[in-house]
Design a protein around this ligand. Structure first.
Ligand code: NDP
Ligand code: MG
Length: 406
């Protein structure tokens, strides 16, 4: 009997994860139907997506972009309704017609629609790690209450998910790592493009160098996060919430080849890992087809060509962002939200050439000192902490950018 198609909304369809998702979907037109897609600035790309995948809705954030989008769709004779704004993102993430949401907007901007999808009980393919950093408890509570099916797309968390016992990974809050016989989650990190640079050299890193990742092709923000190791810090927080994992049981292991995507260390001495080529289409296909396996277009792993796997401890002196993330999750409350907001501002200013690479952790540390104790028990309070941090971090970064340029 032919199976029913999965019907999907893709939040952030024009981005790196969005494009990889569409690539996997295009390989399986019998299995998946694209109901809605969203983008922010790349209007021509959205038109091309609409032409190829015929979604019912295309969402953008600004009226000006919507105007251009409607004109281009009309010129290409593509039938899709254009919706505008953050509320429209929530509409397409919760629509009754869909069963699956790919959450692939970058940054805290992706949180409201991702949270809404969880509340609506959808299968949530979670790429947007910032949702868990900003509002981890609220998000996991929503998943548990609605019975949403949460599948991690971030490659490390997807690897851990694949390496965990089935009962535990599906209901991590009904037991504990200890009850599942697990001692540690081993989160691998490539170490980024500056793994071997000295502290002195890091001050003069340019944005172009920072976005050139040695193994993965990704969006600009996560590429900078990978270079500063903040990406790994955000991932420690992500793992903490996804797997109900005490932070002391999450260990970061630098593994420059990015072949082992992460591991689970069990009490009896077993370590279970997931390996693969560094290509996000693997975890995306896993999430789309779970519990089945489908072709993803990924190059098979050639262990003879790889020949060796290396491991080293992260250097928190050269890469303080990782230590800051550990401190933030240990502190709890608003600290992870503050860390995330300050990091987003810092990365934006660094990419604009206004602050130095080494000022990213400085801005985050200053923000944590100022705002980590803000109230955090509701979504409103967390959003206030996020906004407050952004405003003060922007003021500080402007002040520093003056110093850099003179
Ligand atoms: P990209 O920058 O490539 O894409 C981001 C997407 O979000 C684009 O569709 C962009 O639209 C849209 N967008 C940007 N700003 C906003 C906003 N304010 N509101 C709504 N939409 C917006 O990012 P990635 O695909 O690399 O990453 C997406 C998420 O997945 C991030 O949270 C990242 O940490 C996570 N992730 C990514 C991995 C990767 O390999 N890329 C790996 C693991 C996790 P437009 O382009 O049209 O402006
Ligand atoms: Mg990752």
């Amino acid at each position: 009997m032919p199976q029913a198609k999965r019907v999907i909304s893709i939040l952030g369809a024009t981005g790196s994860i969005g494009q990889s998702t569409l690539d996997v979907i295009a390989r399986h037109p019998d299995r998946y139907e694209v109901f809605a897609v969203s983008g922010a600035t790349q209007i021509t790309k959205l038109v091309e997506i609409a032409e190829q995948f015929a979604p019912r809705y295309v969402v953008v954030l600004q009226e000006a972009n919507a105007l251009e989008l409607r004109e281009q769709l009309k010129a290409r004779k593509v039938q899709a309704e254009v919706l505008v704004g953050a509320d429209a993102l929530i509409e397409i993430a919760t629509a009754a017609e869909i069963d699956t949401v790919m959450a692939a907007i970058v940054g805290a901007a992706g949180m409201p629609a991702t949270l809404a999808a969880a509340k609506a009980g959808k299968r949530v393919l979670l790429a947007n790690k910032e949702t868990l950093v900003l509002a981890g408890k609220l998000f996991m509570d929503a998943v548990i209450q609605s019975g949403a099916e949460l599948l991690p797309i971030d490659s490390e968390h997807n690897a851990i998910y694949q390496s965990l016992p089935v009962d535990f990974r599906q209901h991590p809050y009904q037991s504990s790592l200890a009850q599942a016989g697990i001692e540690k989650l081993l989160l691998t990190a490539s170490g980024g493009p500056f793994r071997t640079r000295s502290l002195a050299e890091l001050a003069d890193i340019t944005p172009a160098e920072a976005i050139k990742h040695p193994n993965w092709s990704m969006g600009r923000k996560i590429s900078v996060d990978s270079a500063s190791l903040m990406n790994k810090g955000l991932e420690v927080i992500e793992a903490h919430w996804l797997f109900n994992a005490p932070v002391d049981q999450i260990e970061v292991v630098v593994h420059p080849q990015s072949v082992i995507h992460s591991m689970v260390q069990y009490r009896d001495g077993s370590v279970i890992a997931q390996l693969g080529s560094p290509d996000m289409r693997t975890p995306i296909a896993y999430g789309l087809a779970y519990p089945e396996r489908i072709a993803a277009g990924v190059k098979p792993l050639d262990l003879f060509a790889i020949a060796r796997l290396d491991f080293e401890a992260p250097d928190l002196q050269r890469f303080p962002c990782l230590g800051l993330a550990y401190s933030a999750i240990r502190h709890g409350g608003a600290a992870p939200a503050v860390l995330n907001a300050a990091n987003e501002v810092a990365v934006e200013y660094f990419l604009a050439g206004k602050i130095r690479f080494t000022q990213i952790p400085e801005l985050i540390e200053a923000s944590l000192s100022a705002h980590a104790d803000l109230a955090s028990s509701s979504l409103e309070e967390l959003l206030y902490a996020d906004q407050c941090t952004r405003l003060s971090a922007q003021r500080l970064a402007k002040d520093w950018s003056f110093k850099v340029s003179c």
